[in-house]
Design a protein around this ligand. Structure first.
Ligand code: SF4
Length: 68
């Protein structure tokens, strides 16, 4: 898993990998910015709202969220 995320890092973005198909919603519940929504049980990150805090990456039990 990439550890490049940072609140001060402005060029990277968080993405949800294809293995996110379980609809846990843990990422959505823990996102402080309300940047994650579930579309057909798959998490989608609103890049306009995401501050790259890394919380969703830490919380996901499937390691489905990565920073590129
Ligand atoms: S990195 Fe932080 S702000 Fe961005 S989607 Fe994940 S929890 Fe929300």
């Amino acid at each position: 898993m990439c550890a490049m995320w940072s609140a001060h890092h402005t060029t990277s973005q968080s993405y949800v990998k294809e293995i996110c198909e379980f609809g846990y919603g843990i990422c959505k519940k823990n996102c402080p910015e309300g940047a994650i929504k579930l579309v057909k049980a798959v998490a989608v990150i609103d890049q306009e709202k995401c501050t790259q805090c890394g919380t969703c990456i830490e919380k996901c039990p499937r390691n489905a969220i990565v920073t590129l």
